[in-house]
Design a protein. Sequence first.
Length: 725
Amino acid sequence: MLFERLELENFMGWSKFALDLSAYKGVVAILGAVESDTAHSNGTGKSSLLNAINLALYVSVVGDNLDGMIRQGSDFFKVTLRLEHRGVHYEIVRRKKLGSPQKLTFKDLTNKVTMSISPEEFLGTSEIIWENTVYSAQRKLSAFVDETPAKRKDILTEMFGLDIYLGLEDRSRKLAAKAENGMGETERDIARLTADIENCSPAEDITELDTDLAAHNSDIANLESDITDIDAEVAELRARVAHAQQEREESLRAERKLGELRQLHANTKLAGESAISNNMSSLAKLDIQLQSPPDPKLAVSIQVDLEYAHNARGTLSTLNKKISDLERQAGELHANYAQQLNQARSLRAQIDSIPEGKCPTCGTDMTEEHTAAYRLELQSTLEKHVSLAAENSEALTAISGSLESARMDADKWEILADSASALSDKLIAAKQAESQYENIVERAEALRISVQDATKKLDLDLAKLSADITELSQVISENSKNSPETYGESETELDKLRATRSLLASKLLHARDEVSALISRKSRAQYIAERTVTLKQELETAKTEYYGLKLERDTYSELVRAFGPAGIPALVLDNCLLELQQYLDHYMDILSDGKIRINFRTTKTNQTTAKISETLQITVSDSSGERDISLYSGGETVRVYLAIRLALAKLLYLKSGETPGVLIIDEVADLDDAGLLALRDLLKKIEPEFNQIFLVSHIPDLKDAFNSTLILQRDVEGNLITTTA
């Protein structure tokens, strides 16, 4: 990052201010016009420039009283900061009207677009990191040291981007808990299904029911045959007395009509009751199915798990690509290793069988000296090939370890991704179960209405037939009074036959009722058998799901440990602290001639029995040993604070992937002449490490200490009237 231009309007003591900052590189000392007069030099607006820069980048750094920054006599201020970041030029404008919220305009001047995020989000560094590294406000050089050990560790965690692991740890913990809850639900499902299977009443033997049905159907056939025989006898009897019934032809017709009506009545009743019985049997089956409605939340839960399983495909694809690359590298190394070994064996064979006579290379006679030189040359070449083969072997071993680790990770993610097919099938099954249940509800309602309608119609038909039979019986009764004796005898015999036939018809109706009951019992037995098979299948599915959730829980529990404080974040933080320690030693060598040492170390403390908290301790030592920093002199503590801030700032820039940009120091007090000289030497030595280093001071000796000096002076109206570089 590089500051290019700063413009102020009605900001604090400045009425108009415009300064091209791109002309200032390296260390820039910002002084007042009259540094020999502290009273006047302290009011020249040096710190106001830094406040303006902070306001542009991090509005929260300057506090909440933005109205207090409006120049007296004005009702607004405007701050414009132009900067270059990673080769792109930007402009930040903040406007504040008295009593109104401040307004931000953030533009990309290179690409001519308005930014939709704040400068803080754009820079990727919070105001806490900014104040503890890049920007040192007045009397806040010790800000980082003054923080609690836990807060220091939190600042480094954010600074090094380790807070992402906290989110990953929390996400893994939640997913592990979700899998644990899923296991609990699945265990309850397994217990419920097991109980349902045990509670299913033993189904009746369908074979025995079929045997009973066959026997009853045989009885029905015999009864129907007996009724047919009786009907034949009745017909024969009527034929014998036909001559006696000529006078009462109408009565005979009425008798036949009466028999037909009674038969129709019986048949209608039998057919209607049989149809109603069949519908009631079907309705009973549907009611049994309605007692087990599907879980309405099951499809939603499966959908969520399915989406997560699909997401695992992306991670698996990345791992498979990495495995392919490692396998290719391993293959190349193995081929090189084999080639070097073959060449080494060939050379060994040549050494062991050096020919006599002529030299194979130059054609001269093989003397002892010539043979020794030739042997030495072959031996040297052999050693080179053996060395190369050893290097290839070591590289092959390292890649094999990485390949094994990548394959293990791929196996874990593949298991998770493969569950997508099973989850998809479960989702389809859940939705089908819901659809089938709704269909059963509709069918049951339709059957109830059909049974009601059929019952009403049967009652009406039977009532009408009964009325017709009663009317016809009365006609026959009147006609029988005038029948001849032979007709009366025939009627007596006919009545006996009718009574027998009525008894047989009653038995036939009872037998048909028995058949209907047997059919209903058979249907229920078949349903219970099918239901038991379904429950057993659901039980196996639940067990499979349970083991899948157990594997998922164990995987996420392992990730919780990896992303936790003692896992990856601890390793990254330790490595960063080693690098930070190198910078601290370097800067303290300059500031104290190596007499004072600063050490950063992490410590772990048990806050509760369930959690370990990590803190960052800072110790300072000299030739007298380790002492509390408050026991050092003012100049020594300033050196310590400055070294820590410089080391943090440099490491912040390097960890962000760019060269160190801007460093701002507002007043360094309490330095003696030796300390001031050390500060000047330090800033000169680190000048090549930063694009711009702004040092605000009222110490006149710094005027000629650096290549760039900015001397501020303003007139009574608050306008900039002189600058010197």
